[in-house]
Ligand binder design. Structure first.
Ligand code: ZN
Length: 414
């Protein structure tokens, strides 16, 4: 039997090199082997939910939490009404809840799915944003290592003393928070508390992760500041408060699964609180408390939220009701790339039930010295998308300097 735990998790989708979805391959493999496969999740993906609702998959429901634990009470903190002080990231309500939790000798977890100290460094003299020399993405400041790091390509440099563009001294300022900055604030607010940061920068490997999780479970820390890596499945008996620093983070950007993924992640993070006898509480800081994701989290209404998401996808023919494929063209020369992208788009076969969008600049239009263009193919379920793509590719071969990548059912829209 194959068990795919946390089947909704986006990390099952491999996007570099050979592109595949490991969950879907597990289902295919089980079919080949004639063995059973279990897709397990408290927050299933819409694809799996739809397969269960329509009877393609058998649905086994576990309606109660393990042992005596109940789902924590989820409350929204409207940052418009209760903002943090300038230069701070924790609102007064969250700080008050942390103080109460500390006084009771219980643990808090602050969740922010962003590594490092600040996601952007800019020069206040000339306004320049620090970027890698060969990519469009901003460099993330890491204070523990004193470096500016590109999370996309791994490029890194020591943080300069002066602005590399205008030469101004002490002009570089850090914009926005990462976990390191939230830890700095928690340390300043709760000087007596024992703190830990859990991210891939502080936890180098599986052994280090286990050590830190065991220490948290044993009560060695009062406050843990964590990225997504601490959200999954761990059991912390003394943890009764979860604070989500930026509930809206995952909703930005044009990703079709943004709402679904944010709901799954925040529900899972909230579920870390109160897994034993003591009741838990989750506070989500948000600028958009009226958003359907926030309302569903506060109401504990998973099924209602997923039903609305499914209906919206069905109305516009997006997965699981229709299929998508992204075609990414990349090359070092902008004009060669543009010419080929136009010619390739014009060569698209006419297919009933298929629409082609683009070419357009990819959201990350410049990575590792390569310019990038995207086309998006939307097809009805009945269309043989693979055959359509194969026919298209056979019509026009890219020049040797251009790389063509096809991602069927894309997850990130980069
Ligand atoms: Zn400058």
């Amino acid at each position: 039997m194959i068990v795919v735990d946390e089947e909704h998790d986006g990390s099952y989708k491999q996007e570099d090199g050979f592109i595949y979805q490991a969950r879907d391959l597990a289902v295919a493999r089980a079919k080949i082997e004639s063995c059973g496969v279990i897709l397990a999740s408290a927050t299933p993906s819409l694809e799996t939910l739809w397969n269960a609702q329509t009877g393609r998959y058998r649905w086994v429901r576990l309606s109660d939490r393990h042992g005596a634990a109940v789902m924590p009470k989820v409350e929204l903190i409207d940052l418009r009404a209760s903002p943090p002080e300038p230069g701070r990231w924790l609102s007064p309500r969250l700080v008050a809840a942390m103080t109460e939790t500390l006084d009771r000798g219980e643990q808090s977890l602050l969740f922010l799915n962003r590594r490092g100290y600040a996601p952007l460094v800019l020069c206040k003299a000339c306004g320049e944003r620090m970027k890698a020399p060969d990519s469009d993405s901003w460099l993330v400041e890491h204070r523990y290592s004193g470096r500016l790091i590109c999370h996309l390509t791994g490029f890194s440099m020591a943080k300069p003393d002066a602005c590399p563009y205008c030469g101004a001294k002490e002009s570089l300022i850090s914009i926005g928070p990462g976990v390191e900055r939230v830890e700095e604030e928690a340390r300043a607010r709760f000087p007596g508390a024992r703190l830990a940061v859990f991210s891939s920068d502080t936890v180098a490997d599986a052994d280090a992760a286990r050590t830190m999780i065991e220490a948290m479970a044993a009560g060695a820390f009062d406050i843990m500041v964590a990225t997504q890596s601490a959200a999954k499945g761990h059991n912390f008996p003394g943890l009764t408060l979860v604070g989500v620093v930026d509930g809206d983070l995952g909703l930005r950007g044009g990703d079709l699964r943004a709402a679904e993924r944010t709901f799954q992640l925040l529900m899972q993070v909230s579920g870390r609180a109160g897994r034993h006898e003591r009741p838990g509480r989750a506070l989500i800081q948000t600028w958009t408390p009226e958003h359907a994701v926030m309302q569903a989290l506060a109401a504990g209404d998973r099924d209602g939220f997923l039903a609305v998401e499914l209906a919206e996808r069905q109305a516009v023919g997006l997965p699981p009701f229709g299929r998508l494929a992204a075609i990414i063209l990349s090359g070092p020369d902008a004009s060669v790339l543009e010419t080929f992208a136009q010619a390739f788009a014009a060569a698209a076969p006419n297919g009933q039930g298929v629409r082609v969008y683009g070419p357009a600049d990819a959201p990350l239009a410049f990575v590792r010295g390569q310019r990038r263009k995207r086309l998006l193919v939307q097809a009805e379920r009945s269309v043989d998308l693979q055959a359509f793509l194969a026919a298209w590719r056979s019509r026009l071969k890219p020049p040797s300097s251009i790389r063509l990548t096809i991602d069927v059912d894309p997850y990130s829209f980069l």
